[in-house]
Design a protein around this ligand. Structure first.
Ligand SMILES: Nc1ncnc2c1ncn2[C@@H]1O[C@H](COP(=O)(O)OP(=O)(O)OP(=O)(O)O)[C@@H](O)[C@H]1O
Ligand SMILES: [Mg+2]
Length: 275
């Protein structure tokens, strides 16, 4: 079964796009095949992997609003070896309104993914917009796993209540959805903010795992300008090493057992409360 992992947080700038790109590169280094899906109208991931938006025939926008469009119709190659992309387009910003007239508008991504032959890919990684809207709900219904990138900032924790409320509601529609854990990003090793946030996360969400932290590195942002991954641009950097650890973490977690109706990680049932 192809795992569908979304990098999800309605807060902006938490390194969702950076993490989607670099985790994709890390999984490819491990011999996996990855399909990335850009569900953000900002199309940052699409541009970061070298796709020319102006030259696109179709994008994820067409996939969501036109039922005759299938996933293979919109896949394009990228500058990241081993990673294909379902690109975004600024038109996607209009999708919320246009989907109003589409029956089961929250399930469109799920239907397309279920209808597609994804056997060429081990992982589908989804980059989410900084919002809780119909695009985000499409992502939550279509995904098997969520990773929540989070920045060391006092405001970062405040959005989590709303996020988990939404996730719990979606569980009724998508019982296989698991929260894999928090991915602390842009972490300055000597910053009190970071250690305070990690302590607060552990206290407030003891049942959720913490993935390997991604260090703050201004230089790593240059890799996006070069349309390559940090693993490629600065292979020996601490950021590259951290994303490799995240790739290994995801693969270790790969053994999923089914207890009752909801698939859970062996030995662990993420309990996010019952709203
Ligand atoms: N480890 C890091 N160290 C320093 N800067 C980083 C790091 N990771 C990402 N950034 C920078 O932080 C900014 C936000 O990152 P990114 O675009 O990946 O976040 P995002 O969550 O996708 O944002 P949005 O919510 O707007 O989609 C970018 O300028 C990016 O280059
Ligand atoms: Mg982004």
């Amino acid at each position: 079964m192809t795992r569908i992992i979304a990098f999800f947080n309605q807060k902006g700038g938490t390194a969702k796009t950076t993490s989607t790109l670099n985790v994709a590169a890390a999984l490819v280094e491990r011999g996996r095949r990855v399909l990335a899906i850009d569900l953000d109208p900002q199309a940052s991931l699409t541009m970061a992997v070298g796709v020319d938006i102006a030259a696109l025939d179709a994008s994820v926008y067409d996939l969501l609003i036109d039922e005759t469009v299938e996933i293979p119709d919109v896949i394009v190659p990228t500058t990241l070896p081993g990673v294909d992309l379902v690109p975004s387009h600024p038109d996607l910003a209009a999708a919320e309104l246009e989907l109003l007239s589409v029956l089961e508008r929250e399930r469109q991504l799920d239907y397309r993914l279920r209808g597609a032959d994804l056997s060429a890919y081990d992982y589908v990684l989804i980059d989410s917009p900084p919002a809780l809207n119909v695009l985000s709900i499409n992502i939550l219904i279509a995904s098997t796993d969520l990773i929540i990138p989070i920045e060391p900032h006092p405001l970062s924790l405040m959005v989590l209540g709303r996020l988990f409320e939404t996730v719990n509601r979606i569980r009724r529609l998508n019982p296989r959805l698991r929260v894999l854990g928090f991915l602390p990003t842009k972490v300055h090793h000597s910053s009190r903010l970071a250690s305070d946030m990690l302590t607060a996360l552990a206290e407030e969400f003891p049942e959720l795992d913490r993935l390997p932290s991604i260090p703050l590195s201004v230089r790593s942002a240059e890799s996006a300008a070069e349309r390559v991954s940090v693993l490629n641009y600065m292979p020996k950097s601490s950021v590259a090493a951290a994303y490799r650890d995240v790739g290994a973490w995801i693969e270790r977690d790969g053994e999923v057992v089914t207890i009752g109706e909801a698939p859970v990680v062996a030995g662990r049932t993420p309990d996010l409360g019952d709203d």
